[in-house]
Write a protein that binds this ligand. Structure first.
Ligand code: X5A
Ligand code: ZN
Length: 634
């Protein structure tokens, strides 16, 4: 079964043997009624056409697709999932196919889906085997449907089987003869490789590295586990690396920085036997979904930097990438790199964003105990670029500079307090939400006496010409306000509220992208005193199951019970309890402006729905599933 090594003396032996797998049968998977979809068969054809037109295909070893055997797919997927994916195209499902597709997130099926999916997985196995065996130096598998979102028992995000994960397991478990003991998976698709992460989360043989847009947890697949805090578990701890961008517009310079300061030093230490690239090209300039701007030369440089490891054994498997010209040009550039064509890389025109350095530093901090090479200080003279103008990112929001507390972000504290109290009278009412102190250190508030009191002015919030209402909460000189203003709390936000411009609407008023109703803001409009990101072993509980302002989900609390099977990824803002109160009112829209003179009326009612509180205490938890950030189906 093992292939013989390539004869060293073959003609043209100097040229690298590069596999290129293309098969029209993987174009069979398409939308059932010809509806437009970004993940369509033309993607493969566009790349294939380009490689042929440029004379690159003829310089490669061109391979046909091969079906994956069930037993190999079963190394990462459930038998039920395999059976369903393989039968979904059969007659039996003619009447239920669309309905089944709708149960998944971002999935369609047609009569060609089963065949394409099995071929995509089998094709990555095929080229990986040939590269591992030394028959090929490297290879590009032009496959679809893509794979990295597919989970053990679930198709999602245009992915049916996790092609790269199947191939990695094949090499490790089924082909000991090939001597592949350590695999580096580099996932540069613009989306988080959630499926792959889960499949190898406690496996130290596979180092999974994913760089993706995160946007504070709001970018697809919009799960907290794409954050840099997820570094693997048990024996796999340290073998999962996420680099989560905060926004789009990241390009060559940002990716090169992540390579130079995270991926390459770790790859050097890990010393993989082979590299599998989950090569989505949806972070390419011009991609309709990604919003990033890697150029073909950028991809070439990223790939070149990887060639220094694993004796250059690199297998690229196509994942996303939805601009036909961008993906064709990008794959073309990568193919030339693998073929050994000379590139001259001029230093990128753009500098990395300020946020890029902050994220890189946060990732290094999180991983430095596992990878000592990451504990060195980053060079001091880092050049940077300010974050994209708010108008480039979101239609209307504050351009307030980030007052983020970088010290706290660097994560020296391993435990958090969600709410800290200075005043026992208040804590009496809220103490039930407090985290278990045995496990979570409580920090003392150092700035409790320095709350500024703003005048109670009426402020008209006017953004981008669209006048959004709103009078500030004013004239509430109630005693409780001054009491509350003296206490600082760490307010833990999740989902879209982790996006700072959105959160700031509750404090400063206004309406960020995606909000249906403008916020009036808090009486005290001073920005949060600190920000920190935490992953906590607690389940999120919701004060209300739905609110007019945000739809499903509202204010959230953490179940005080520690449960290590649960993970909640939260962004914590240090604010006063008075601001906390005002935020709860706005989030839950317990009351609207009274219309007469624009005043906001605060009734004497609890901030938390009483029935939800009761539900919580009897059920301990509300399951998170139905209240995920709503996703746009594509
Ligand atoms: C493979 C890939 C993207 C799914 C986006 C769904 N999937 N909105 O790029
Ligand atoms: Zn993608």
């Amino acid at each position: 079964m093992a292939a013989a090594p390539a004869p060293a003396a073959a003609a043209a032996s100097r040229a690298a043997r590069v596999g290129l797998l293309y098969d029209e049968r993987m174009c069979a998977h398409a939308t059932p009624d010809g509806e437009e979809h970004p993940e369509n068969p033309e993607r493969l054809r566009a790349i294939w056409r380009k490689l042929n037109a440029e004379g690159v295909a003829s310089r490669c070893v061109v391979l046909k697709a091969k079906e994956a055997e069930d037993k190999y797919i079963a190394s990462v997927h459930s038998n039920n999932h395999i059976k369903l994916m393989k039968e979904i195209s059969s007659k039996k499902y003619d009447s239920s196919r669309n309905k089944i597709a709708r149960k998944y997130n971002s999935i369609y099926f047609n009569k060609g889906s089963s065949e394409s999916a099995v071929l995509a997985a089998g094709s990555v196995i095929e080229v990986a085997e040939k590269v591992a065996a030394g028959e090929l130096c490297s290879a590009i598998a032009l496959v679809r449907p893509p794979g990295h979102h597919a989970e053990h028992d679930e198709a999602m995000g245009f992915c049916l089987f996790n092609n790269v994960a199947v191939a990695a397991n094949y090499l490790l478990n089924d082909r000991p003869d090939l001597g592949i003991k350590k695999i580096l998976i580099v996932d540069w698709d613009v989306h988080h490789g959630n499926g792959t992460q889960k499949m190898f989360y406690n496996d130290p043989r596979v180092l999974f590295f994913s760089v993706h847009r995160f946007d504070y947890g709001s970018f697809y697949p919009a799960e907290g586990d794409a954050s840099h805090c997820f570094i693997g578990e048990e024996a796999g701890k340290g073998y999962n690396i996420n680099v989560p961008w905060e926004h789009g517009k990241c390009g060559d310079a940002d990716y090169v920085a992540a390579w130079d300061h995270i991926l390459l030093p770790v790859a050097e230490a890990f010393d993989p036997d082979i590299i599998l690239v989950s090569a989505g090209f949806d972070a390419a300039l011009g991609d309709p979904l990604g919003g990033c701007c890697i150029t073909p030369n950028g991809y070439a440089l990223l790939l070149t930097k990887l060639l220094g490891f694993a004796k250059g054994r690199i297998v690229m498997a196509l994942e996303g990438g939805y601009n036909l010209r961008s993906i064709a040009n990008s794959v073309f550039a990568c193919a030339k790199v693998l073929l050994g064509d000379k590139f001259t890389f001029s230093s990128p025109e753009m500098q990395p964003f300020e946020s890029t350095w902050r994220i890189i530093q946060a990732v290094r901090n999180e991983l430095k105990t596992c990878w000592p090479v990451l504990s060195s200080k980053l060079p001091e003279n880092l050049s940077l670029r300010v974050k994209p103008l708010p108008s480039e990112l979101y239609a209307s929001s504050d351009s307030e500079p980030d007052g983020e507390d970088v010290d706290e972000l660097s994560g020296a504290v391993s435990s958090v307090n969600v709410i800290q109290f200075a005043d026992d009278a208040i804590s009496d009412h809220l103490s039930k939400m407090k985290l278990d102190e045995e496990n979570l250190a409580v920090k003392t508030a150092s700035s409790c006496s320095t709350v500024e009191h703003h005048p109670t002015d009426l402020v008209e919030v006017d953004k981008d010409g669209s006048v959004v209402l709103s009078k500030r909460i004013s004239d509430f000189s109630l005693a409780w306000r001054s009491d509350l203003s003296r206490t600082h709390v760490w307010y833990a936000s999740f989902g879209s509220n982790m996006w700072k411009p959105r959160f700031l609407c509750y404090i400063q008023g206004g309406k960020a992208d995606g909000m249906s109703i403008p916020c009036c803001g808090s009486r005290d409009t001073s920005p949060p005193r600190g920000t920190m990101w935490k992953t906590v072993p607690h389940r999120l509980l919701f004060g209300r199951s739905s609110t007019p302002c945000w739809g499903t989900g509202g204010v959230a609390f953490l179940n005080p019970e520690i449960n290590y099977n649960e993970k909640s990824y939260v962004c914590m803002y240090k604010i006063t309890l008075e601001q906390f109160n005002d935020i709860l009112f706005q989030e839950n829209r317990l009351v609207l402006e009274d219309g007469k003179n624009g005043n906001v009326v605060y009734p004497d009612s609890p901030l938390i729905g009483l029935s939800e509180v009761e539900f919580m205490s009897t059920n301990k938890a509300i399951h998170l599933e139905p209240i995920k950030v709503p996703l746009i189906r594509y």
